[in-house]
Design a binder for this molecule. Structure first.
Ligand code: KIV
Length: 268
């Protein structure tokens, strides 16, 4: 998809006060289920390192993992714009970024997201000029958790606010079609949203961004052992899975007539 076309479309939609809603997907069923929901985009986020693979953070996620999961999600997504994360270490130079993004595009990603601002402007420019649309990710950068310390709100000090602000302008000028703002203090997120021509997609950054994104498993209650404070819990997938397992175990052990071995299954 042409980066300029997406950017112009998103800028125009922002002028028309569109509100973006996006969720993450990690595999074929979540991609397929979300595809019919009318989301603005689906993200194969590297948060899959935590929510699907059990790592403590996103830093262990490799390009191979992202390609594998993006391909699975893409098999279920027909209609929705599909964005995939470039994982840590896969976009340090223009050449490596192009190789990585091309690998994600080859399995169905229509755009890539990367974490960072001014320091990645040449990479963003290289990707866009090779026809790969880029979504930026600023504020809290999970891929830098080991260098920058634990998850906390960003933009509280004037220096940090100034830094984030300069980064948003730099990535806008170099051609991204939007930027995720993660855990940016709401007053700063609102100010940036007002200043920028490109849309801001917030996560834990207050209600006044142009759109919101959440990790599906946080929203759907898939991982009850962890949910960020800002994420609402609108589902109980964990309870559904455990309830089904409990019923199955009971039926098998009681050997009732309607136990699963007596039932035919539909083809997939
Ligand atoms: O990896 C991810 O899921 C993300 C979202 C939190 C925006 O980057």
């Amino acid at each position: 998809m042409n980066p300029l076309f997406i950017r112009n479309t998103w800028v125009k939609q922002k002028q028309e006060r569109h509100r973006w809603a996006a969720l993450t997907a990690t595999d074929y069923p979540t991609g397929r289920l979300l595809d019919s929901m009318g989301l603005d985009f689906i993200l194969v986020g590297d948060s899959l390192g935590m929510v699907a693979l059990g790592y403590p953070d996103t830093t262990e996620v490799t390009l191979e993992m992202m390609v594998h999961h993006t391909a699975a999600v893409a098999r279920g997504v027909r209609h929705t714009f599909l964005v995939a994360d470039l994982p840590k270490g896969s976009y340090e130079t223009e050449e490596s970024a192009l190789r990585s993004a091309t690998a994600l595009q080859a399995v169905g990603a229509q755009a890539v997201k990367l974490e960072g601002g001014c320091d990645y402007c040449s990479v963003i420019h290289a990707l866009s000029s090779h026809g790969i649309p880029v979504l930026a990710h600023l504020g809290l950068l999970p891929q830098r958790v080991k260098e920058e310390g634990p998850y906390r709100q960003r933009g509280k000090t004037p220096e940090e606010a100034q830094h984030i602000s300069a980064d948003t302008i730099a990535v806008q000028e170099v051609g991204v079609f939007g930027t995720v703002l993660e855990m940016v203090i709401p007053s700063l997120a609102m100010k940036l949203t007002q200043q920028l021509r490109i849309p801001t997609i917030g996560i834990g950054s207050g209600k006044n961004c142009d759109g919101q994104i959440l990790v599906l498993s946080d929203l759907a209650g898939f991982s009850p052992w962890f949910r960020p404070k800002f994420a609402p819990s609108y589902g109980n997938v964990a309870g559904e899975i455990q309830g089904a397992a409990k019923r199955f175990i009971k039926e098998v052990r009681e050997k009732t007539d309607d136990s699963p071995s007596h039932q035919s299954s539909d083809s997939r």
